[in-house]
Write a protein that binds this ligand. Structure first.
Ligand code: ZN
Length: 377
């Protein structure tokens, strides 16, 4: 039995442009011309966009552009083909961007103005990880300084490409700077503990700016929870920009309000009472803001002396201390029951600041109970 061998017919015997395109493997580009110099062992390929690849991007701002001003060519060195040193000549567009004016288009395979393709630079960068610059330079027929420059660009791109972890749980805090500069708003990633952004003041506009300028629509949608203070402007901003995000009023922020309420009671008593009692209340602010368990014997005695004289300050302090327990519950029913019993204790006490705090807690109840529903870091 004979064996039949089919030779390629004439038009396929030569490498076709589609084959050149396949071997080159630049996404979205096709080869339309080639030149081989056997003596010099060089290969030169001319490429342009494939018909379906018409999405032009401005190199200035990264936005999509439509208006083409001119075409031109850029020549870069690419990975070698077997023993041949390869050069690619790319047809490029100069575009008019509505924001940046006349710019060159952005091409993925051309990361910088240097005459090298991205994957060539990556190969050089990788080679530099395991060999001395001089050796890499000799192998590629490049100057050592050129190899160093390529390596640096490669490393910088690597650092940029390391994606920042997605913001899924955000913290919003205010920093009080003093009477003049007032407030700074700080946004942080609760999962990584990293502060991400600082803004002036603590208005709705402050947080709006973060959502608008720092995050894409896609990134905003990824935010599941936000730990914030019970501060209306922040709530409004969150509702507008991240409606799916659940607001959590955490212990830290609520206890700040509880401390403020105790201090308000202390100040009222300071003015109401005269003489020795007044002296006792004076200067006890920090003691009253401290947790009982954190105080030493002497400090506890000082507080007890104060409480003996002023039952209202004592009651306010104990209420604050017991409110802390609210966050020991992980089941929202239990948390709610505890909050109810806490508020019941306020009856007949005539502690205005504490009643104000209770109303605030009830107004923000969902966000407080969210502490049980969402595991925040
Ligand atoms: Zn632009």
């Amino acid at each position: 039995m004979g064996i039949l061998i089919f030779w390629n017919s004439g038009y396929t015997r030569q490498m076709r442009e589609t084959d050149w395109t396949k071997v080159l493997g630049w996404p979205g580009y096709r080869v339309y011309g080639q030149e081989i110099n056997e003596a010099a062992k060089t290969l030169k390929l001319w490429v342009r966009r494939k018909r379906g690849n018409r999405k032009l991007v401005c190199s200035g701002c990264g936005k999509r552009v439509r208006e083409i001003i001119a075409t031109y060519e850029r020549e870069v060195r690419d990975l070698p083909w077997s023993q041949y040193r390869a050069t690619v000549v790319i047809e490029m567009y100069r575009v008019r961007c509505p924001d940046c004016g006349v710019k060159t288009e952005k091409v993925a395979q051309l990361p910088s103005k240097a005459p090298f393709s991205k994957r060539f630079e990556e190969a050089v960068g990788l080679a530099c990880e395991s060999a001395a610059v001089r050796r890499v330079a000799r192998q590629l027929g490049l100057a050592a300084s050129t190899v160093r420059a390529i390596d640096l660009r490669y490393l910088k791109r690597w650092a940029e490409a390391r994606r920042k972890p997605a913001l899924r749980q955000m913290g919003v805090d205010e920093i009080h700077l003093g009477k003049k500069q007032k407030f700074l708003t700080v946004v942080s990633n609760l999962e990584t503990g990293e502060p991400l952004w600082f803004g002036r003041e603590r208005k709705k506009e402050t947080l709006d700016e973060f959502f608008e300028k720092q995050l894409s629509r896609f990134q905003r949608r990824a935010i599941g929870a936000a730990c914030v203070d019970m501060w209306e402007p922040f709530r409004q901003s969150l509702e507008q920009w991240v409606p799916q995000c659940r607001i959590v009023y955490d212990k830290f922020h609520v206890m700040q309000h509880a401390n403020a309420a105790v201090d308000e009671v202390r100040r009222a008593e300071f003015f109401r009472q005269g003489g020795a009692a007044r002296e006792l209340v004076k200067g006890k602010r920090w003691l009253l803001l401290s947790r009982w368990v954190h105080l030493n014997t002497d400090k506890k005695r000082q507080l007890n002396a104060l409480f003996a004289l002023n039952r209202r300050v004592m009651k306010a302090y104990l209420l604050k201390e017991s409110l802390d327990r609210l966050w020991s519950y992980t089941y929202e029913g239990a948390m709610l029951r505890y909050l109810k019993s806490w508020i019941d204790q306020l009856r007949w006490q005539r502690l205005q600041p504490m009643e104000k705090l209770a109303r605030m807690l009830l107004d923000h109840l969902e966000g407080i109970l969210n502490y049980c529903r969402i595991k925040v870091w």
